[in-house]
Design a protein around this ligand. Structure first.
Ligand SMILES: Nc1nc2c(ncn2[C@@H]2O[C@H](COP(=O)(O)OP(=O)(O)OP(=O)(O)O)[C@@H](O)[C@H]2O)c(=O)[nH]1
Ligand SMILES: [Mg+2]
Ligand SMILES: [Zn+2]
Length: 328
């Protein structure tokens, strides 16, 4: 998939309240993705269908509203993708990988152990900001007391930037975790991102009563079946409506990952994705300042006198380098 194709994928959205369009196609929401296999929940209810996209390229994402035609009782072909509010994805020089579409929030799941990557955290925050998603950070497994002080210390910088950090023990104190998350999640479409083993699926299982059973079912249908999550899956939060579309509350579990390339960002989006840069951007000497080596750069001055953390500027510089590598 390339950038242009992603943009071009938008087609007519479905008419509200009806799953049957005039042309004989049906409407639904993509609730699971695993390679070219998708599960589509029919709008208006009913059992999900296993669907394949028409054509070779797979540009369908979890959270997409799609038009499909059924080919048998439980199978179908996706023929069109509805207009997207947004599309979260990662990319390197050559290819992109879709996370999900039509999101409101990005919940970054970290843990006291295994040791989390601050680079991935920084990238996830940038991705959230660049897509207009509200970022939330969860520090899970606070029951692992020996590792807690260091994890807290590493997150201090992000609290100072104004990001919400929720400290939880999803396994040790499930009720407290549920309570801490309820207001943040209700009524929003939230994707959980994080490295493997942080507790994303444990959190989903806490909040979605039948998630474990549903996961087993899909693992069978999509041919996986390991403990670690291998596909992206959308669940509707209890009491939040039937299909989990953008107007209701949804929670999206995703496989853990180690790389979060953002080669597709533009320079303008990138500089604005750092909240601590924003108030300074108008104060650089040159209007087209890249904030890397320029004289009179307000960002570099702030790094110099400690108002901006050098590590954050280093991440910015690395991401600038990456977007300059894109084959345009
Ligand atoms: N000590 C402790 N362990 C936890 C907690 N929450 C989850 N775990 C454990 O952490 C391990 C990984 O949890 P998962 O929920 O599978 O992690 P994940 O983020 O979904 O991992 P992937 O699917 O591989 O991306 C499991 O053995 C959980 O039991 C917690 O609050 N405390
Ligand atoms: Mg998982
Ligand atoms: Zn500058």
């Amino acid at each position: 998939m390339n950038r242009r194709a992603t943009k071009g994928a938008a087609k007519s959205a479905s008419p509200a309240g009806s799953s049957r369009a005039a042309s004989g196609t049906l409407h639904g929401v993509v609730i699971a993705a695993h390679g070219r296999h998708y599960l589509v929940a029919p709008e208006g209810g009913g059992a999900p269908l296993q669907c394949f996209p028409r054509g070779k390229k797979s540009e369908v994402a979890v959270g997409d509203r799609v038009e499909y035609q059924s080919t048998s009782a439980d199978q179908g072909v996706i023929v069109a993708i509805g207009e997207r509010r947004n599309l979260l994805y990662r990319s390197d020089q050559y290819k992109s990988k879709l996370f999900a579409a039509n999101l409101d929030q990005l919940l970054i799941v970290l843990a006291t152990e295994p040791h989390f990557s601050e680079d991935l955290l920084g990238r996830a925050l940038v991705a959230a900001e660049a897509n207009g998603l509200k970022p939330l950070i969860v520090l899970n497994k606070i029951d692992v007391e020996a590792a807690l002080p260091l994890a807290r210390e590493r997150l201090e910088r992000y609290r100072a930037l104004g990001y919400t950090v929720l400290e939880l023990s999803v396994k040790g104190q499930p009720e407290a975790a549920r309570e801490a998350l309820a207001d943040h999640l209700h009524g929003h479409a939230t994707i959980l991102l994080g490295q493997s083993g942080m507790g994303k699926s444990t959190l989903v299982n806490l909040l979605i009563p039948d998630a474990e059973a549903a996961t087993r079912e899909i693992s069978t249908a999509l041919n996986s079946g390991r403990h670690t999550t291998t596909f992206t899956r959308l669940y509707t939060l209890p009491g939040d409506g039937p299909t989990g579309g953008p107007e209701t509350g949804a929670l999206i579990d995703s496989p853990g990952f180690q790389e979060f390339g953002l080669y597709h960002l533009t320079e303008g989006k990138l500089e604005r994705a750092f909240p601590e840069f924003r108030p300074l951007l108008a104060h650089c000497r040159f209007y087209n300042c890249h904030h890397l080596h320029e004289p009179g750069c307000a960002i570099l001055e702030a790094v110099e006198d400690g108002r901006i953390a050098p590590e954050r500027h280093a991440l910015y510089a690395q991401l600038m380098h990456e977007i300059s590598q894109t084959l345009r």
